[in-house]
Design a protein around this ligand. Structure first.
Ligand code: TXA
Ligand code: MG
Length: 346
């Protein structure tokens, strides 16, 4: 693929959000790819009604064509452009969680290109909660298909620098909105089944969805032989350096000892060992350390991908990550870490 200049637009210094939104909208309507910030991670956008742009998006990302894209809309009304019908619970959930980190899978209409949905009869939609994303989507006036703006298989991007590191020179434009507030992808909820089913845990917890619609919500198992969400079967989020995930067990002191042992064993074997975790683990003797604040699920989500990327450039042989209890946002964090891991230590 030929290289080209990637323009970066950052609000401030005399550049208003409105101008950025208009320029990005012009680019997307001209068939270009535009990376933009959301509250979860940066997305790489293409006009859903432009087959050439959508195909280019799959190529630039190196994404398998059987993994469908999330369609981003400026407001709930945008769903009508891509939906065949609006299923039960859709309006209640949209009202409660949009704009925000919840993606809803609904029946799709014939306007949506097959490439967007990988041929599925459904389409995933969400309204992102980021001022720049909403201004851009509003100005574009078309739904924008956008996967995370990283090279397929690697850690998702939570800053414009991450996007440029992966895709610089291959896309037209990056809107720079600074670091993403949540840092982990949206929850994907399938509303086309009898029981609403979480296909990917994310920024909105299962319990909050149940509390909102008052019915039981199922969680699709990633181990299912035929993955419900095509994205479930691929390796994801992994840096080049092998990640070792330490599943939490016992007391805090136990965890500390298990971590110390893992680090020592690696170093004794002649490896350079990195550690990504709460700042209280800074002095456990790893060759490189990247802090995740005080180690809460919110801090893990916000800093995890940045930390994986940073440690991946530190010349290490492995990156050890202590896990979290799989509840609430912790479940989303662990879902990503399990997929990123080359080895899971229980
Ligand atoms: O937070 C997010 O969701 C970010 C930002 C940019 O919005 N986007 C994102 O996109 O994470 P991506 O492409 O990395 O992940 C999309 C996920 C995949 O697991 C895909 O399989 C699933 O959504 N998906 C998309 N359309 C689907 C459909 N029609 N049925 C089932 N799963 C679908
Ligand atoms: Mg992704």
């Amino acid at each position: 693929m030929h290289r080209r200049d990637t323009r970066v637009l950052r609000p401030g210094h005399g550049l208003p959000v409105k101008t950025i939104a208009r320029e990005a909208a012009e680019a997307i309507l001209a068939g270009e790819l535009v990376a933009f910030p959301t509250e979860t991670v940066y997305g790489l956008g293409a006009n859903v009604f432009d087959r050439r742009a959508v195909n280019m998006l799959f190529r630039v990302k190196g994404r398998p064509t059987d993994n469908p894209l999330i369609v981003h809309i400026a407001d709930v009304g945008g769903a009508e452009l891509v939906a065949q019908r609006i299923p039960p619970y859709f309006e209640t959930l949209a009202e409660r969680f949009w704009p925000g980190p919840l993606t809803l899978v609904i029946p799709r209409n014939a306007m949506v290109d097959d490439a967007v949905t990988a041929g599925l009869p459904t389409v995933a939609v969400r309204v992102p909660a980021h001022e720049l994303a909403r201004a851009f989507l509003g100005a574009a006036g078309v739904p924008v298909a956008a996967p995370s703006a990283n090279v397929a298989g690697g850690p998702s991007p939570t800053t414009a620098e991450h996007v440029l590191a992966d895709l610089g020179g291959r896309i037209a434009l990056v809107i720079d909105g600074g670091p993403c507030r949540i840092g982990i992808e949206s929850t994907v909820l399938d509303l086309t089944r009898r029981t609403p089913t979480i296909l990917r845990p994310g920024g909105v917890a299962a319990q909050d969805i149940e509390d909102t619609i008052g019915v039981h919500v199922a969680v699709a198992s990633g181990a299912a032989r035929r993955p419900a969400s095509p994205g479930m079967k691929y390796r994801h989020y992994a840096p080049t350096t092998p990640v070792v995930l330490l599943v939490p067990r016992g007391s805090g002191a136990d965890m500390m000892r298990r971590l110390q042992r893992l680090i020592r064993n690696g170093r004794t074997a002649g490896m350079r060992v990195g550690l990504l975790g709460a700042r209280e683990f800074a002095d456990l003797g790893a060759d490189a350390f990247h802090p995740l604040g005080s180690g809460t699920p919110v801090e893990y989500a916000r800093e995890m991908y940045n930390g994986l990327r940073a440690l991946d450039t530190a010349g290490l042989d492995m990156i050890i990550v202590p896990g979290l209890p799989s509840v609430g946002l912790g479940a989303a964090v662990m879902n990503r870490l399990r997929k990123a891991a080359a080895r899971i230590v229980r």
